[in-house]
Every structure is written in C-alpha cells, then in structure tokens.
Design a protein around this ligand. Sequence first.
Ligand code: ADP
Ligand code: MG
Length: 160
Amino acid sequence: MSGALVRRTSSVEATERLGQMFAPALRAGDVLALSGDLGAGKTRFVAGLARGLNPKARVRSPSFTLVNEYAGSPTIYHLDLYRLGTGEVDALGLEEYAEAGALVVEWGERLPAHWLEDALALAFAAGEGDERTIEAALPAPGSARGRELLAAWRELPGAP
Ligand code: ADP
Ligand code: MG
C-alpha cells in the first residue's frame, strides 16, 4: 500500500473536495467514524461526501436532528454523537440505517465498539488558520472492509 494516511487541507473547499473524491468508495453498510474537536471540519467533509453522491445534497450539522439522510448511491446517514450518551446511541436503531446506506458519524469514537469493527476512522485536527489535517486509521486492523476503505483513502488524488 502506498499513499498518505494523513491529508492536509488549507481551505474549506479542499476539505469538501476530499470528501467528494472519497464518496464513490462508500457502499451500504460502511461506517465512517469521524473524530476531532468542534470546528475541526468534520461536517464540511460530510458535505463533500454527500455532494459527491448527489450534487443537490444540502448538509447541515446534525446536532439537533439526530440523523440526517442524504439520498444517493449509497444513501448517507449522517449522525453526530456529541450530545448523546451510550445508551442513547443504542436506542437510535442504527442497524436499519446501516442496512439501507452508509453511516457517517461525527464523534464516531463514541460508537459502541461493535460498530467500529469494519469502520474507517478519520481524525480531524485544526492547525494554524484554515489548515486542517485528516488522518485515517483502522479501529480494527484485521477488518477486510476497513482495509479496502483505507486503501481507497490512500489512493485519493493529490497526495504529496
Ligand atoms: P466540525 O463538524 O468538526 O465541528 P465544521 O465542519 O462544522 O466542524 O466546521 C469547520 C469550520 O472551520 C467551518 O467554520 C469552516 O469554515 C472552518 N474551516 C476553516 N478551514 C477549514 C478547512 N481547511 N477545512 C474545513 N473547515 C475549515
Ligand atoms: Mg460537526
């Protein structure tokens, strides 16, 4: 495997573009677990993903609506666990969403462990000004699907 695990962007547009380019790698059942502080760029990345699958998608921060749905192929279910406790996550009925599409979860490190078994984790961090880094990792290194998603991440164009 070649290609970078860490990608750097220096604008909102570049972060969205990264999401847009990654979107075709997704299929129903996939889980992307996005971590990073408020303002690190998680929601902007999801906006890019959604637009990569459906140019008409309008993405908002899902802090107040528990699950945002963006129709596409696959459909994306976008959640933010920031305000949820573990028990509440269990009550969301994620199984149904995961059957119907890809789960993209902000504060995804808070997912119950079994949801991370085949996930790709993307850690967002803010640097100076508009600089952001996004680092991919596998929560469960033995996962075949996780490795495919990681390979797709490494193959994104524009790596240094
Ligand atoms: P999060 O969902 O991680 O809390 P958001 O994506 O909602 O963060 O917000 C990121 C904020 O940072 C936005 O206000 C955006 O304009 C700003 N920003 C500045 N530079 C970048 C960048 N390179 N990538 C993404 N967002 C950026
Ligand atoms: Mg957000």
